[in-house]
Ligand binder design. Structure first.
Ligand code: BGC
Length: 419
């Protein structure tokens, strides 16, 4: 009896010390003789997603964060290719409707632009893509200026210029970052208020409403443009925005969240299984999951996977009505034998972000079952990093981490907890 107690005490002490030094303790599996995992938190698989570690002013990638360990990656989408598509989609709409687009017949197509987050690469790319396609872009140091214009009723602003599509002049009448008083960006309610203010200043000078995402786009559509029949364009292909195309929403871009959510969990799964990172991605896995080259690119020097974008307009929207359905070529269940259940800590930077909560997270939840991952989802407030990092109190409990930062500059606030 005494011997057993002493043994138990020893086992308990060992468990405590394993936790203290940041190792994951693995439960014994039937038939396993020895059961220790020597993986320290700093060596566990880590994926950044949706917000790429980078300098929010220059856009330079934070390679220290992107190569935190051998199993660290970023998953997002090709922001420039998507932005080009978005600009093109709006331009083509104007061209196809050139005889009726100018509501007040003043020879100027006026547009307003809702900017998501002036320090977020996706948002910057979209502002640039729109300005480039519509001819309103101004360059500085070789790059298109992405600053908000505020208001520009007379066309005298310096961050944009008047452009031209066909016979008509194009003017960015107004644009601003949609940030609420608590600091949350991409804020849909702020965009709903902004369109009210813009409509009272510019009225029927506004011929087109453009948004860096659907959350803000739908808020403006519902508040004003649906009623006024002013074409409104967004980004993300959230289900509600796709449905609104039938009611006059101009169009949106799918950033292939179904592929991104898959990749987010798949790179972790592969590292946990000790298989090549390309398994089930560019190379079919045993269950038959594989992605074709037309839906993603991998840039090894950036340690980043980028899904490719598709325009969703009146012509094809019926193929995109449910944004939470898994991508068919990667929808096969992994076997518990080769991919046993593992625990993942994952955060969504802002639980009220439309895209992340209504499209991305439901997709992750579909894929986590298929990949035998037990994911703990943490919803942040979109305002401070500490609101999220405070909830990574015991990183030892998890086998892998998936991180969505509030600000792209702040990767170190997370990696510091894993050292
Ligand atoms: C999405 C936005 C979203 C943002 C959050 C972007 O990629 O398009 O809708 O608000 O990510 O970081």
């Amino acid at each position: 009896m005494k011997k057993r107690l002493a043994l138990l005490a020893m086992v308990a002490a060992l468990a405590v010390s394993a936790v203290a030094c940041g190792k994951t303790e693995e439960k014994p599996k039937d038939g396993d003789k020895k059961t220790e995992s020597t993986t320290e938190n700093k060596d566990k698989p880590l994926v950044w997603f949706n917000r790429q570690p980078s300098n929010s002013s220059t856009g330079d990638l934070d390679m220290a964060a992107l190569s935190f360990n051998d199993d660290t990656y970023y998953v997002g989408f090709d922001a420039n290719q998507g932005a080009e598509l978005q600009g093109q989609m709006v331009k083509e709409y104007i061209e196809a409707n050139i005889d009726k687009i100018d509501r007040n017949g003043d020879g100027v197509i006026g547009y307003v632009l809702a900017i998501g987050d002036i320090g977020h690469n996706d948002s910057i790319a979209r502002t640039r893509g729109v300005r480039k396609a519509l001819g309103t872009a101004v360059e500085k140091d070789g790059a298109i200026v992405s600053d908000p214009v505020g208001t520009n009723g007379d066309g005298s602003a310096t961050v944009v210029k008047d452009g031209q599509v066909g016979s008509l002049k194009v003017r960015e009448l107004a644009s601003q970052e949609m940030k609420n008083s608590a600091g949350a960006t991409w804020d849909a309610a702020t965009a709903g208020n902004a369109i009210g203010a813009w409509a009272s200043s510019f009225g029927d000078e506004i011929d087109i409403v453009i948004s860096n995402n659907d959350g803000m786009g739908m808020s403006m559509f519902n508040a004003w443009s649906s009623d006024k029949k002013v074409p409104t364009f967004g980004y993300d292909a959230n289900s509600d925005a796709v449905a609104a195309i039938a009611d006059g929403y101009g169009g949106t871009i799918s950033q292939h969240a179904d592929v991104q959510a898959y990749l987010t969990l798949r790179v972790l799964r592969n590292a946990l299984d000790g298989v090549d990172v390309d398994t089930g991605i560019g190379t079919a896995d045993e269950a038959g999951n594989v992605l074709s080259e037309d839906v993603y690119v991998y840039k090894a020097d950036e340690r980043s996977y980028y899904a490719l974008n598709v325009a969703v307009t009146a012509e094809n929207y019926k193929d995109f009505t449910d944004s939470t359905v898994v991508w068919k070529p990667v929808s096969n269940q992994l076997s518990e034998e080769t991919s046993p259940t593992k625990k993942v800590w994952l955060n969504i930077y802002n639980a009220s972000d439309n895209f992340l909560s209504s499209t991305y997270q439901p997709l992750l939840q579909n894929y986590d079952d298929l990949m035998n991952l037990d994911v703990e989802y943490i919803g942040g407030d979109g305002q401070t990093e500490s609101n999220i990092t405070n909830r990574l109190g015991n990183p030892n409990e998890y086998d892998a981490y998936a991180i969505n930062m509030v600000k792209t500059d702040n990767a170190a606030s997370y990696t510091a907890l894993l050292q």
